[in-house]
Design a protein around this ligand. Sequence first.
Ligand SMILES: [Zn+2]
Length: 440
Amino acid sequence: MYLSGSPPAIFAHRTRPSLRAALIDASSPSRLNEPLRKIDTRDFQRATRTTSRDINRRIMLNLVRDHQPLSRADLARRMKIGRGVVTSIIQELIDEGTIYEGATGHTARGRRPTMLHVRTQDRLVVAVDVRFSRTFIMLSDFAGSQLALESFETIFDPDRLVAELIARIGLLSRTHGIAGRCEGVGLVVPGMVERITGRVLMAPQLGWRDVDIRDRLSAGVGLPVHIENAPMACALAQMWLGQRGNSIDNFVYVTVSDGVGAGIVLNGQLIRGDSNSAGEFGHNPMDPDGPQCMCGSHGCWEAYTSNQATISRYLGRELTPLWGGAVQHASTLTIDDLIALARGGDTRAASAIVATGHYLGVGIADIINGINPSHVFVGGEITSAWDLIQSAVRDGIAQRALTPAGKATPVTPEQLGGYPRLRGATALVAAPHFAAPRVA
Ligand SMILES: [Zn+2]
């Protein structure tokens, strides 16, 4: 406990002077600001002779990605290491096709340096977003640039869904000639995923419990398949495909679509929790006597803020699991239509959307109070109405955030443009190439 303040007086009195000095040093403000991570003595990766080289490799790769085009001399200067080390590691990265040499750069004098770039254009990913309403498939490159996009009405039966995905990915592969250039399939689902087995433990909207689609899809398409809960994947995408040189280390990414959830990043690390289910804020109760959510409970945040909840509100209904399905299949009205109606002067549509903004703000305040992020990102169709809902979101936050700093937390709608969940799926395949190696 003393790490959060001064050492308790009684403890300080009984310790030897040298130890006291160490304790005082450990509690000094500069030390307290360092992230503390306990080394797990039951499960660790020890440093080997090649560890520092591996770390330098990843640092170089990330520096080139953030500041490209970059020369070898720039890299050596930024990393404060010798040119020889840079040259040999960069040669490895070029040989394996991760980095390529582009045009020569300019210097004030002397030989023109060859500039380095990260190879993203012809390294492809098939991204799949399975939602309650539709399933989307996007072919993109490692930078998240879209090359093809299609969608179909989601098939809830896992066997039939896997068969449909295998057929469609096969066709996409033949049409775009991606064989040999595709490095994997990233698959995001609206539910909790077991980390090691990739099984979907629970997806209330799809009615899935303990379902395997990863391994069957991988066998069917002959590519590695990476599966993840959608909000966590969106948080990963924000980290890896967001603005270059993005230095926001503590943020929460809230996804609002057919469901509502959050991906948490603290100290530059995605928070997964003990069984990979962290961030399920969508089922926090706003009102225990509120409308019945798709999960079976009442008054969840999701039951006030999901796209179905907003459409239901416009249609004069409360969301229920039965009605949620009816909204989806019996009504052709989408959230995009509703936003268009609001912009066209339909005051009921506008107030349904603004109410969602208010509830969104109240729930975000809860996250701000609990996690204390420096930034909150919001992704989903509702963000295209941000100008209409922004003040309602901020009012909701102001009502419930506990501190002035909390109330002032910046909340930014998705900056990447279009399909954040598909970018999340892309990041599942691309991001591990840039992540720091795990040591200890
Ligand atoms: Zn719920």
